[in-house]
Design a protein around this ligand. Structure first.
Ligand code: AMP
Length: 404
């Protein structure tokens, strides 16, 4: 298999994460994070094996950010190429692909138009993704540009699961439906679990739990997503770092009226001040919460309990939706690193065929492992996710096709 250098770009609202992979070897040649773009104190951390370079400079926008990244990648000391032409593919994470994209695609004018159209469905994400794509098309003009959509894996969800109990015209005329996110991760860990069970990827029913800063859970039937906890936006579903997940929408009307909160304040409350941070009053980071739990902090413990209870309800719902389940998979920051969350979310579920092995659950190596008892009818796995690597794979496939 021929080797290619693939750049993966993930443009957030004020950040750019990037990685250069040598594919298919999966070697990371360079990686970096640019933060606080558009602010006074932008920060860049750029890494190549054995070297870390950090600097604070003002970066006005994503275009300027990508220009700097392209310069670093060509730098004698910090770079990985002499000429940008050596980067044959650029994969972009795009959050919203609407109903239109069920897989990664090469970015054409038509694709750009669609991403532009979906801007109003994901105003916090797609405009920045798009800015990254436009800049990258200029800076890496010879390379194959690929878009990988967070929503793509979930386009197989049927209407019974994606429709809300709202007037149907809101779906038809305004595209209000559940879309789901984290698709790249759910797809990867579900495929990987099939490999670990020695089964065909289209013959497994699994529940995938992506628990990171954002959290979502997906029911995968015969290899296809048939339901997921995030909805029209990534706010619905599980409790997250700072997002509330499911709430009664009536609370919003109540707060608007009684506390005079406006649309912006409500938005902030649900997206930035809720979840683990809001419940614990400590942090959105489970490492801080775990530390406080060890010290006996009751609010920290309560936030963990609420988090896991919500998880358990969703797992129970998806067991019912799937009928027969082969495995439950935990991934991302919390899913991979917090045994107590896995334990509490699956407690007393022996009657549903889920029997966790405490010792395996508490072990830390290998990272990818089965954590259920040998006699557990439903297997439980920890499978580290790597969304950038998945995007690199998709991009690599397109580069190979183009070159043949
Ligand atoms: P991610 O979005 O997958 O990068 O996950 C980030 C979140 O995972 C953090 O905000 C933490 O809550 C959690 N996390 C990451 N590493 C650990 C760890 N070693 N122990 C506990 N929680 C962790």
């Amino acid at each position: 298999m021929q080797s290619e250098k693939i750049l993966v770009i993930n443009c957030g609202s004020s950040s750019i994460k990037y990685k250069v992979f040598r594919m298919p070897e999966e070697n990371i040649l360079a990686s970096g994070l640019m933060e606080k773009i558009g602010e006074e104190n932008s920060h860049i951390k750029h890494q190549v094996p054995g070297k870390i370079f950090e600097v604070n400079i003002i970066i006005k926008n994503h275009i300027e950010g990508l220009e700097i990244i392209s310069k670093y990648l060509r730098d004698k000391n910090l770079g990985v190429v002499e000429n940008v032409k050596e980067i044959t593919g650029v994969g972009h994470r795009v959050v919203h692909g609407g109903e239109g994209f069920n897989r990664s695609v090469i970015i054409t004018e038509e694709v750009l138009k669609k991403i532009e159209e979906y801007k109003n469905l994901a105003p916090l994400h797609n405009p920045h993704n798009l800015a990254g794509i436009m800049a990258s098309r200029k800076l890496f003009s010879g390379s194959t540009q690929v878009a990988a959509f967070d929503t793509a894996f979930h386009t197989t969800i049927p209407p019974v699961a994606y429709l809300y109990g709202l007037p149907y015209c809101l779906y038809k005329d305004s595209s209000i439906r559940r879309y789901g996110f984290h698709g790249t991760s759910h797809r990867y860990v579900s495929r990987r679990s099939a490999e670990l069970m020695g089964k065909d990827k289209y013959r497994v029913n699994v529940i995938t739990c992506h628990l990171g800063n954002g959290c979502s859970i997906t029911a995968v039937k015969d290899g296809h997503s048939i339901d997921t906890s995030m909805g029209f936006t990534p706010l619905e579903g599980l409790i997250m770092g700072t997002r509330s997940g499911d709430i009664d929408p009536g609370i919003m009307f109540y707060l608007a009226e009684k506390m005079n909160l406006d649309f912006k304040q409500l938005n902030n409350l649900l997206n930035k001040e809720s979840g683990l941070l809001g419940l614990s009053g400590i942090s959105n980071d489970f490492r801080d919460i775990s530390r406080e739990i060890k010290k006996g902090n009751e609010r920290a413990m309560l936030s963990l309990e609420v988090f896991c209870y919500r998880m358990k309800k969703y797992i129970g719902a998806y067991l019912a939706v799937l009928g027969k389940t082969d495995a439950v998979i935990f991934t991302a920051g919390i899913g991979e690193n917090v045994p107590l969350v896995r334990k509490k979310s699956l407690e007393n579920m022996e009657n549903f065929g889920i029997i966790l092995d405490e010792e395996k659950n508490n072990a830390t190596i290998p990272k990818e492992r089965e954590i259920s008892r040998n006699n557990s009818p439903v297997k439980v796995f920890v499978i580290p996710t790597d969304e950038e690597l998945r995007i690199a794979y998709d991009t690599y496939q397109f580069v190979l096709k183009r070159e043949h």
